[in-house]
Design a protein around this ligand. Structure first.
Ligand code: SF4
Length: 145
């Protein structure tokens, strides 16, 4: 799990600390990649807390971790399990330019469908994920000849 141990959201079912997070650690991509290489992993899953405090939601850090793993462990398959990036399709695009082998968005309960004690309190996340995926799909459409 990258980008620290403090989350900017507060899902009631989760035990991650809800507190102001620290700045992204610039040495983290190198450290994660070195660990992946040392362990000889053939599949690494990289995930994070949600970083609504960062303009790109942490997309750049995901991309840099991916690139470093490619450098140090080129045979390792890389899977990114990313937060919803608040529906920011340009952040998603910048992250995917690092070409992970697999990626998925972590899915939080929709506030409309969950009782108050477990509602994710900030935004209706699935709605934003849907918007994110729609805009990503549009951007992938091949241009007509
Ligand atoms: S967004 Fe993820 S890490 Fe943060 S509190 Fe919710 S489930 Fe936990």
């Amino acid at each position: 799990m990258i980008l620290g141990d403090r989350c900017t959201r507060d899902c009631r079912f989760c035990n991650v600390i809800q507190a102001p997070p620290a700045k992204p650690d610039p040495s983290e991509p190198q450290r994660v990649a070195a660990a992946v290489a040392e362990l000889g992993l053939n599949h690494a899953v990289i995930t994070s807390v949600t970083r609504d405090d960062l303009a790109d939601g942490g997309a750049r850090q995901f991309a840099e971790v991916t690139q470093k793993i490619r450098d140090l462990a080129p045979d390792c398959r890389i899977e990114l399990l990313i937060p919803d990036l608040q529906g920011d399709s340009s952040a998603l695009r910048s992250l995917l330019e690092a070409a992970p082998d697999l990626w998925a968005i972590t899915w939080k309960p929709c506030r409309d469908f969950m009782p108050p004690p477990v509602r994710e309190p900030i935004i209706n996340v699935p709605w934003r994920c849907c918007g994110l995926l729609r805009s990503w799909r549009r951007s992938c459409r091949p241009k007509p000849d």
